[in-house]
Design a protein around this ligand. Structure first.
Ligand SMILES: [Zn+2]
Ligand SMILES: [Zn+2]
Length: 248
């Protein structure tokens, strides 16, 4: 049984088409198609330890569920993240968000394909966490939409669905505490496609408390989706309220 890191690395190296030769994290030269250089690859924070049985975030200790899934009403059926949001992956995701997303999304989407296939995820539609029209105009792209698009393209699947629209401008989630994050998103999304009877996979870049995926799942379930699974490139390990406050 090969190590998880080795499996993922070989899978992505085989799958991805050449997309340039700079490391997504440190920008030094890369000699294969995995997106990360020889220095950064061993530091990839794969989320392959103990994870919450519901949302897939890395957890420590005896419990089976993270604090969010143990106490909140959860609408998604299951969540998966390839990485913990840390180190070289964090820097790659921040670059994807703020410096033009194309090549970042193309490579990172292949890690999503790896995880989806590893867990044999079943779905009829692939959608993504939307931005408001105004935000998307400002940024010129939605990195989650690009991830979803490349995720489908890499597998030659015609299942990309623009199922959700963001209809309310919200505060940046990063600047809010856990309770505020939930309240901030209420009424923010609307289902704009026919998802009745469909198994929906929702793709996003980072999962923090899971409130974004959860709100999307709520809307999709109310529109008749039979299951909603979240798939993210990375998830933040659970923080205490004190740590969240420190970051604000
Ligand atoms: Zn590097
Ligand atoms: Zn959880």
């Amino acid at each position: 049984m090969k190590k998880f890191l080795q499996q993922a690395y070989e899978f992505v190296a085989d799958l991805v088409a050449p997309v340039g030769c700079r490391c997504l994290s440190c920008d030094s030269e890369v000699f294969d198609n995995t997106g990360f250089c020889q220095q950064c690859t061993p530091k990839l924070p794969f989320n392959n330890g103990k994870t919450c049985l519901r949302c897939g975030v890395a957890i420590h200790g005896a419990e089976d569920y993270c604090g969010n899934c143990a106490f909140d009403k959860i609408y998604f059926d299951k969540g998966y993240s390839v990485f913990s949001y840390d180190g070289v992956v964090k820097s790659a995701i921040l670059k994807m968000k703020f410096t033009g997303a194309g090549r970042f999304a193309k490579v990172l989407a292949n890690y999503l394909v790896f995880l989806a296939q590893k867990h044999n995820l079943q779905y009829d539609l692939v959608c993504y966490v939307p931005m408001t029209k105004t935000s998307q105009k400002q940024r010129r792209y939605n990195q989650s939409e690009l991830l979803a698009k490349y995720f489908c393209m890499a597998q030659d699947l015609d299942v990309l669905c623009h199922a959700l629209a963001k209809i309310k401008q919200t505060e940046r989630q990063e600047s809010l505490g856990k309770q505020q994050r939930k309240e901030n998103l209420v009424g923010a999304y609307k289902c704009v496609a026919n998802v009745k009877g469909k198994r929906v996979l929702v793709i996003d870049d980072v999962k923090t408390t899971g409130s974004t995926i959860n709100e999307c799942a709520k809307v999709l379930k109310r529109a008749g989706a039979t299951s909603v699974v979240g798939l993210t490139v990375a998830s933040r390990e659970e923080q205490t309220q004190w740590e969240i406050d420190e970051e604000i």
